[in-house]
Design a protein around this ligand. Structure first.
Ligand SMILES: [Zn+2]
Length: 282
């Protein structure tokens, strides 16, 4: 118990501290060596459902079209990483799209829309869900299927999608809350469980796409210092939170480990509201 108290304290500290550099909104002037990078978080793309975790294909298309009209350019994580590490540049108004959980409907509805506007997106895959679709054969229902490893490979080859790690099997509230330690779990046990789960999904994604993911999305936005240390050791450069807002990334030297804020794109509001959120008006 003595050991676990400072550990829990460290977790609370990390959860309550924002460490993604600054927070700003895209309309504010940024210095030449800084970029405000709005990151939108989508989940399912469906015609039949509306809610916090669903947008319609029409909403997705309108978002992309109006975001482009407003002068934003879609970027992949690797471009942000190169900028942060001082190896590359970014457009003046970059934006990154992310889709969490690896839904098959991202491919079913999203591919043609992204192609039409030459947009780019990151899909954050939950390995166990993709494994289930891959092995059960129940792999092409937009309402509930997840992307199979084969579909992930094809989407990567298309050039419009890259893939992030969203845990292999830590996307639930039990026995642990996302990636958080279980009650009574020692720091060593926790570290081993988290690393093994993370690496299992990395291996699957590397096998499917041929590249090692450098992005990790925290399930339910929960994170802690121990897990961050492991992610850094294993080559993750960007972690995606559910903290609302727009992060400012500085052009720098050396390796980066960016904790980026996101804007949850709920289906319950309009494209105008999305732009307002990007600009900090809402
Ligand atoms: Zn998720």
């Amino acid at each position: 118990m003595k050991k676990i108290i400072p550990f829990i304290f460290a977790i609370i500290l990390v959860v309550t501290t924002v460490s993604a550099g600054g927070i700003a909104f895209a309309d504010e002037a940024v210095k030449a060596d800084e970029r405000a990078i709005p990151v939108l978080m989508y989940h399912s793309v469906l015609k039949s459902k509306k809610g916090t975790y669903f947008v319609s294909p029409e909403q997705l298309e309108k978002d992309i079209s109006e975001i482009k009209n407003a002068g934003y350019e879609f970027v992949f994580p690797e471009e942000i990483i190169a900028f942060a590490e001082g190896r590359g540049d970014l457009p003046e108004k970059p934006i990154m799209f992310t889709f969490d959980d690896g839904h098959y409907n991202n491919m079913y509805y999203g591919t043609d829309i992204l192609k039409k506007y030459s947009a780019k997106a990151v899909i954050n895959v939950i390995g166990a869900f993709s494994e289930f679709s891959s092995t059960s054969g129940d792999d092409s229902n937009p309402n509930y299927s997840h992307l199979t490893w084969g579909q992930i490979g094809k989407l990567y080859e298309s050039g419009y999608f890259v893939f992030g790690n969203h845990t292999y099997n830590m996307h639930s509230f039990k026995p642990r809350y996302g990636i958080m330690p279980k009650t009574g779990e020692s720091e060593t046990e926790y570290a081993e469980a988290f690393r093994n789960d993370f690496l299992k999904n990395q291996e699957k994604l590397i096998a499917a796409t041929g590249v090692k993911p450098t992005v990790f999305a925290y399930p339910f936005g929960r994170y802690n210092e121990k897990a961050d240390g492991i992610l850094k050791e294993e080559g993750i450069k960007i972690t995606l939170t559910c903290n609302e807002g727009v992060s400012v990334v500085k052009k720098g030297e050396g390796e980066c480990f960016l904790k980026l804020r996101r804007i949850n794109r709920s289906g319950e509001y309009s494209t105008d509201d999305v732009l307002a959120r990007i600009h900090g008006a809402k």
